[in-house]
Design a binder for this molecule. Sequence first.
Ligand code: SF4
Length: 343
Amino acid sequence: MIELVGMKTSELRDFAVQSGEKNFRGTQLARWIYDKNISQIDEMTDLSLAFREKLKEQNASLSLLEEIRSLEDGEKTRKFLFKLNNKKGKEENVESVLLPYPERVTACISTQVGCAIGCRFCATGETGFVRDLSAGEIVDQVRFMNRHSDRRITNVVLMGMGEPLLNYEATLKAIDILNEEMGIGMRGITLSTCGITPKIRELAKRKLQLTLAVSLHAPSDEMRDSLVPINRKYPLAELKEAMKEYAELTGRRVTIEYVMLRDVNDTVVMARRLADYLRGLHCQINLIPCHEAANDFLPSDSETMHRFAEVLKEIGFPVTTRAERGLKIAAACGQLRRRVENA
Ligand code: SF4
């Protein structure tokens, strides 16, 4: 199968020439794929019938995933479970979420099938790593949701299943396509990582204007070793250095993600420790209520979250509390897939 989705215009132009066509046919392909978000070869009505037939003979594909289930809540948050069209026998699924807001439309997408990191509060981590997605499979989630949204997607968060920095090349190519081919501004793209420090440094050198979000969740190595096991390999001191380098080289503020787990990491003492750890880093802190799939953990109550936020604000950190949309539809990563697989 030839994945046309995931090729840049220049690659599509080369592909057209290799297929015996003029190179401008590649530009036409790019327009159909990334502007029109089409999924069928015959929709490309300005290509000759002969070229379309040739594409079919070459098994060229414009659709790398298939919806097998979707759920919507009262706020129009829509979660999709996709089957990947990879013809490799075993069914492989990923999840994406479409979040329409008055001023923007956000797509939350996956970069891997499963995840090797094994965070204790995460449904995806429980099932282990299966494989990396290709750049085309990452981009196709956004194309699919564009077809199912009455407004075009303006923002993308790489915060679904998987650790994007462990699928670095495909993720970076997908970001390039989202930005250059699909017109999504770099500042509208957020890459969320659990803290793969060598890759944070590598990314920093590219000086992209995207937002780096780091899933911190704990203010001490002891606690983080247990919640986010990759911390044993890349402990907090090293992570802070990498985040500082990122902020300095890109001029961008790092977002610190902190999931609030009742009686685990949500006390005033923890808030002060978090502030100590983050001192000197250009960052903003995002407190996230934990969700129903958080294994043995319970969500912090709103009063505790408020108190935690106030401690950080008084010390001078910008703090937001993310309203966790989609809780009713299992929109946290890995939940829908697990629900379907367990059904
Ligand atoms: S929270 Fe993210 S990094 Fe951790 S296991 Fe889940 S998908 Fe992987």
